[in-house]
Design a protein around this ligand. Structure first.
Ligand code: UN1
Length: 507
């Protein structure tokens, strides 16, 4: 089993522990201190965040820059061993990580366990990539008397700016990739979830990664802006909203500095298409998981379900039945399916969205909230009927599922409408007709297409994850090309003839 009794006892013991996040090299004159509270009960403090000052940011980047050539020179094998030691340390602190996922980010036990698993998978996978890509130069072809080879090296100092919805996995994943490639890393976790990031960084240091190589800089948006406007930053790995990615892109471009790399993984307006050949029980299970697991706070989550009209009434009835059985409440309770959303801003935005649809007269079904939800940022899971994905202006990041109907013969139009959102992250398809699958595969502009299953929970290495268009730059996290984006290529060409090529012509 994933969870054993001793773990539950340890989680109970950790319920009152207070945590802190501060810059890796703190100054005596501290920046602002902010409380971190639980989304499920905003009166409960989990710890405090001490924001990095502009001076601390500047000094951190200086240290990272000074040590980067040494880290790069260490080579792929030694960096791999350090990342693997960090993975072992993460596994040895399972209870602390799960506790923080639950208390700081409001994750259910299942989501917290999966998150730690993914974090460890990222560390081990990118360790493998360090070995595969950075072990030895790649020989290139050339004429006799000439030796050509290509080596990969880190780009320099990479910034990693990460989201609250995967406060551990997507904090450590991009950082590990950048480290594997020989970069040093300045990491700014989401302002809502710095505590779990601070534990992750501390364990990486204990595992042997030098403090200057991987530094934490907690803070809100201004800290991120100070980092991305620094001319010494060679690249940024960002996961979060499309708007913030665009702002980072502008900030990097405005610098009088070498052109920086931006690896961005952003939002989605993810659909699922269900035709009348689909198996209803399977669809029901996969729709509920895709839309409501993690309270819908995954960029991969299902937002718009398209059901073929001849089966729509029956299918929606079944989905409503499963939806009515979801257990909503405190994520610390073991049987909870849907916990809170991250904060009050997220809650009120989602409520405004639902209220607007109600005013428009759309059919809306909502679950009631339990009594204990009062003190927290809970949004009642909601299903809304709409006519088309075109009715939605933006991504609604939470437990809100939209349902639309389509007629036989409209499949291509539905795909065109989904493509026209400009996003391209996940798409689900439930169909047993091979021709339908071929059409969707051919026409849909999405990064991850899931057929006859749910559309969340991409597994490192098996399902490299990431989108196109407004959904991000690629390449896919956990895939074979990701680490390459963090590296620069160098070619060495050696003339191996006795006197040297051109020199012998002149002689
Ligand atoms: C995100 O929500 O920011 O496949 C991306 C999944 C996750 C999504 C992570 N890997 O559900």
């Amino acid at each position: 089993p994933l969870v054993r009794e001793p773990l539950l006892a340890e989680l109970a013991r950790l319920e009152d522990r207070s945590w802190t996040a501060e810059p890796t090299f703190p100054h005596r004159d501290p920046g602002e201190i902010a409380p971190i509270t639980s989304p499920q009960d905003t009166s409960r403090q989990v710890g405090t965040r001490r924001d990095a000052t502009a001076v601390e940011v500047a000094e951190a980047i200086g240290r990272a820059e000074a040590i980067q050539p040494g880290w790069n020179a260490l080579g792929g094998e030694k960096r791999a061993l350090l990342l693997e030691a960090a993975a072992d340390a993460f596994e040895a602190h399972t209870a602390e990580f799960i506790s923080l996922c639950q208390r700081e980010a409001g994750k259910t036990l299942v989501d917290a366990v999966l998150e730690l698993r993914e974090a460890v998978d990222f560390l081990r996978f990118y360790a493998g990539e360090a070995r595969r890509l950075f072990a030895a130069p790649m020989p290139l072809p050339g004429p006799t008397g000439e030796e050509n080879r290509l080596t990969l090296a880190g780009r320099g100092v990479f910034a990693s700016i990460s989201p609250w919805n995967f406060p551990l996995a997507i904090f450590i994943g991009p950082a590990a990739a950048a480290l594997a490639a020989g970069n040093t890393v300045i990491a700014k976790p989401a302002e809502q979830t710095p505590l779990i990031a601070a534990l992750a960084v501390r364990l990486c240091h204990e595992a042997g990664i030098p403090e200057e190589v991987f530094q934490l800089l907690p803070g809100a948006g201004e800290v991120g802006q100070t980092i991305t406007s620094d001319v010494r930053i060679a690249g940024v790995a960002f996961t979060g909203s499309t708007q913030t990615a665009q702002a980072i892109n502008r900030s990097l471009a405005a610098r009088d500095a070498p052109i920086a790399t931006l690896v961005a993984e952003t939002g989605g307006q993810n659909a699922m298409i269900v035709d009348s050949s689909a198996l209803p029980e399977q669809v029901t299970r996969d729709v509920v998981a895709s839309a409501f697991q993690s309270a819908g706070q995954r960029c991969s989550a299902l937002r718009v379900l398209y059901v073929q009209d001849d089966v729509a009434d029956a299918m929606i009835e079944m989905i409503k039945g499963a939806f009515a059985a979801l257990v909503i409440g405190d994520p610390l309770a073991i049987d909870t399916d849907v916990g809170p959303v991250i904060d009050e801003d997220a809650r009120s935005q989602l409520e405004r969205h639902v209220a607007r649809r109600q005013t428009e007269g759309r059919p809306v079904w909502r679950r009631g909230l339990p009594e204990q939800a009062r003190g927290g940022c809970f949004v009642a899971p909601t299903i809304i009927e709409i006519a088309s994905i075109r009715d939605l202006a933006r991504e609604n990041f939470g437990p809100v599922l939209h349902v639309a109907r389509f007629a036989a013969g409209e499949l291509e139009q539905v795909i065109a409408d989904i493509n026209a959102t400009g996003y391209g992250l996940t798409l689900g398809l439930h169909s047993r007709i091979a021709e339908t699958r071929r059409t969707v595969e051919r026409l849909a502009r999405v990064g991850n297409l899931y057929v006859n299953r749910n559309q969340i929970g991409a597994v490192v290495e098996s399902q490299p994850f990431g989108g196109e268009g407004l959904s991000g730059t690629g390449p896919k996290a956990g895939g074979p090309h990701y680490v390459l984006r963090f590296a620069t290529e160098r070619v060495v060409c050696i003339d191996t003839t006795a006197a040297g090529g051109n020199a012998s012509l002149l002689a």
